[in-house]
Write a protein that binds this ligand. Structure first.
Ligand code: SAH
Ligand code: SF4
Ligand code: F3S
Length: 446
């Protein structure tokens, strides 16, 4: 063995953004483990600091520069400390980051994670500064499969990139072209996770419904079936579905495959046809509504959640009202809502009619007020119902408060004195709060 205990080094890793980035951070840690790094929660103890960044909104670049500023002094105190920026801001800014932050050692994009051990080796030998932001048209499987099972829940990337180029969105630039992983490799990864104790897996892609288009040997619903069949896997989730591509076949699969979690995240973005067209989303509000209604009519217990952008360039007050009307009509279980934020490289950043910040902010407030009530009403509809909870962690010593998530992805809490028979238990919902449910266990009167 070349490495001694003293050879162990420490990495501080901070992750921003979506589940893709969470998954990438796991892969980063996997590669670093192979070269003897362990994770620390204290930047002051670290030999390596990595910021895994997101650039989807809100002046992300500036935030990264100011975060980096905080680590500058540490570099003076700890000679040999390596400071890196990863993720979508790294991909977007590249060389510029090194120029503006002279104390930064490495910038690497999402498609260069597997090169990390080599890049770190080069930096420590020569103390040079490097940029690795090349994008390739194919997936090298050695980049994947490193996530370890440290929990009952895990995320698995089934594809990378996005080809949709929605007018507001930077993701196609930071994540590159859409490519699907081979289904056999995905099945292998999920099987290994299941052997390590994972019960719930979430399949990740920017547009999972186009999995396999132009390459992979199975369609997305077929992939879901294969994953659901893996021993030990008890729940399968997926994000994100695109309304233009979600198929009736997939919606029907929920009636046939009991392991599919009862939740679909289906981002609508706006209730106005003109705005949807300008965004380049590829569907109208009524087309979206008909898909959402089909889900509800076939499977009334499926929770449908969505993303909304307010204040897209040119959005009028009436168009914004159409979004509010759509919320009231479809009564989503929950929404994630954002003020439009102009992003570099995107078409919409150059559109006329940019909406002033105060108007965007007021619209966001109104939208969230309207949804708050709906979310609570949807929660209350669950009171008295039996739901299955996948437990998350164990109660603290001396306490008896358990928590977990329902199949429809709501947080549930309940008290129980003693151990539970399984990692998934049935409870009955007793109270609904805006962001969680209270329940009773065991369920009486079966
Ligand atoms: N691939 C997914 C999600 C991508 S990003 C999809 O297509 O739905 C997650 C969410 O961020 C988007 O759904 C959108 O609502 C929001 N978003 C993306 N770019 C944005 C921007 N420039 N300003 C505000 N919100 C944005
Ligand atoms: Fe962005 Fe649109 Fe791709 Fe989603 S589908 S990642 S919103 S470009
Ligand atoms: Fe995700 Fe943010 Fe990149 S949302 S894909 S980390 S820009």
């Amino acid at each position: 063995m070349e490495q001694s205990a003293e050879g162990v080094k420490r990495v501080f890793l901070d992750t921003f953004g979506c589940q893709m980035n969470d998954n990438d951070s796991e892969r980063i840690l996997g590669f670093l483990k192979n070269i003897n790094y362990t994770r620390t929660s204290k930047p002051t103890d670290a030999d390596l600091i990595i910021l895994n960044t997101c650039s989807v909104r809100d002046k992300a670049e500036q935030k990264v520069y100011s975060a980096l500023g905080r680590f500058k002094d540490l570099k003076d105190e700890r000679p040999g400390l390596i400071l890196c920026v990863a993720g979508c801001v790294a991909q977007q800014e590249g060389e510029k980051l090194l120029k503006r932050a002279p104390y930064l050692d490495l910038v690497f994009g999402p498609q260069n994670i597997h090169r990390l051990p080599d890049l770190i080796g080069e930096i420590s030998k020569k103390r040079g500064r490097l940029v690795a932001v090349e994008q390739s048209a194919s997936i090298d499987e050695s980049e994947y499969g490193l996530s370890s099972a440290s929990d009952k829940r895990a995320f698995v990337s089934i594809m990378r990139g996005c080809d949709n180029f929605c007018a507001y969105c930077i993701v196609p630039y930071t994540r590159g072209r859409e490519v699907s992983r081979r289904s056999a490799d995905i099945i292998d990864e999920v099987s290994r996770l299941a052997e390590g104790g994972v019960k719930e897996v979430t399949l990740l892609g920017q547009n999972v419904n186009s999995y396999g288009v132009g390459g992979a040997e199975v369609s997305f619903p077929e992939l879901l079936r294969l994953v659901a069949r893996i021993d030990g896997i008890r729940r399968v989730r997926f994000i994100t579905s695109h309304p233009k591509d979600i198929s009736v076949g997939l919606i029907r699969l929920f009636g046939e495959e009991p392991k599919l979690a009862r939740h679909i995240h289906l981002p609508v973005q706006s209730g106005s046809d003109r705005v949807l067209k300008a965004m380049g989303r590829g569907y109208t509000a009524s087309h979206y509504a008909s898909k959402a209604r089909l889900i509800k009519s076939l499977h009334p217990d499926i929770a449908v959640t969505t993303d909304i952008i307010v204040g897209f360039p040119g959005e009028t007050e009436d168009e914004f009202e159409e979004t509010i009307a759509l919320l009231r009509d479809l009564r989503f279980d929950n929404i994630f809502s954002f003020m439009y934020s102009p992003r570099p490289l995107t078409k919409a950043a150059a559109f006329d009619g940019q909406v002033p910040a105060d108007v965007r902010s007021k619209r966001l407030q109104r939208l969230q007020d309207a949804q708050r009530q709906i979310t609570l009403e949807r929660s209350r509809e669950l009171v008295g119902k039996r739901v299955e909870v996948l437990l998350e962690g164990a109660p603290k010593p001396g306490e008896c408060e358990f928590s977990g998530r329902t199949s429809c992805n709501r947080i549930v809490r309940f008290s129980h004195d003693g151990a539970l028979p399984d990692s998934i238990v049935e409870v009955v919902v007793t109270e609904a709060y805006p962001n969680s449910l209270r329940a009773e266990f065991p369920v009486h009167g079966k």
